[in-house]
Design a protein around this ligand. Structure first.
Ligand code: GDP
Ligand code: MG
Length: 177
């Protein structure tokens, strides 16, 4: 980009969804600020974080949305999904119930967003290998069956966090360019 005034070539909205306490807010804070919070409560105030990167010489700005804890009440609104071109659907590899919920989140995403939305299934907390409750194979199979990208991550030790966001952003870029 030749722009000197910070005008981006592309602006993508990405939403993070999944059950409560799977690590959505920490994935975002790890990615956007390289921070992890072991005692994080429901997100207060912050609606989204933006990250800018360059792809093929173009300035791409990703506006990444985090819930404010509404998922606890199954009350994530259509406004949250509006205009999204990418989504991370997150579960916790140490809690099977959060994996069982993925189908419901995918349904909700389909209801509220465009069919072309780039989707990544994220098995977070892969540092908790000793208490793993969802195998890598189960994650992979579900992703294949639903046509999703798949990655296991750890917001705690940073494994694959940048990679997961970058791949979604790259895929959105491929969809629109
Ligand atoms: P959210 O409700 O989905 O936004 O989840 P949070 O980001 O608030 O995280 C819920 C809890 O899980 C917090 O205590 C975090 O410190 C913890 N947590 C988040 N990500 C990880 C991770 O990758 N590994 C481990 N061990 N704990 C994590
Ligand atoms: Mg949160």
């Amino acid at each position: 980009s030749d722009d000197e005034g910070g005008v981006e070539d592309y602006l993508f909205k990405i939403v993070i969804i999944g059950d409560s306490a799977v690590g959505k807010s920490n994935l975002l804070s790890r990615y956007a600020r390289n921070e992890f919070n072991p005692h994080s409560k429901a997100t207060i105030g912050v609606e989204f974080q933006t990250q800018t990167m360059e792809i093929d010489g173009k300035e791409v700005k990703a506006q990444i949305w985090d819930t404010a804890g509404q998922e606890r009440f199954r009350a994530v609104t259509s406004a949250y999904y509006r205009g999204a071109s990418g989504a991370l659907i997150v579960y916790d590899i140490s809690r099977r119930t959060t994996f069982d919920s993925v189908g419901r989140w995918l349904d909700e995403l389909k209801t509220h967003s465009d069919a072309t939305v780039a989707r990544m299934l994220v098995g977070n907390k892969c540092d908790l290998e000793t208490i793993r409750d969802v195998s890598v194979e189960d994650g992979k199979s579900l992703a294949e069956a639903e046509g999703l990208f798949f990655m296991e991550t750890s917001a705690l030790d940073s494994t694959n966090v940048n990679k997961a966001f970058k791949e979604v952003i790259r895929e959105i870029y491929n969809n629109v360019s």
